[in-house]
Design a protein around this ligand. Sequence first.
Ligand code: CMP
Length: 222
Amino acid sequence: LCYFPFFEELEEADLREISSMFITRTYEKGRTVFLEGEKGDELYMIKSGVINIYRIDEAREIILAIFGDGDFFGEMAVLENEQVRSASAKTMEKSVLYALKRQDFMSLLNRNPNISMKILKTTLDRLRKANELITNLTILDARTRVIRMLLRLAGQHGTQRKDGILINLKLTHQQMADMTGTVRETVTKILLELQDEKLIHIEKKKIMIGSIEKLEQVIFGD
Ligand code: CMP
């Protein structure tokens, strides 16, 4: 449990109490956790796996965020009391989630103000990213949007390797198109260009960025 960032400062006894409140749920790849518009009274923490947060608009999917180990989601409906889910959630890999009921979550927050602060900070960070996405969608060309997406994913899901940063997600070109407001063919073309330019390469269906600085230079200049 101490492995979730917002529990790191808690005492052993508190941790034990919290873990008794969790309901463990295991999902195969591609399963729905909840749908946009449903009432929600649980928050989820990701023990392991990958979660896609998305909305459907005019039959196309828009990916708002991808979460991995140690992240939480579903806090909005829970904190806003009686509100419905603002987006849908499904698994992109087999995932193990810890579900926490509203009542338990509330009593946890009341007893540990630090946790509220950490959740607030995380949601502010998500708001920043959402602002960035809006700006990207309205002004930037597709190539710049795809590069920014890669940089963002590297920050969130990247692991340092000898020859660069590996984005630890298996994403289809369609999913990357759903994250950048473009079409699959455009993503395919841009990824091929970036490979030709030796800025990225593909390793077992995952994207490896040779040098973050070089990729940043492409969009921000020197
Ligand atoms: P909730 O509204 O309960 O259900 C959907 C969840 O997706 C939401 O809580 C947040 O946890 C998460 N979510 C919604 N919008 C975003 C966003 N723009 N960025 C990151 N996470 C989001």
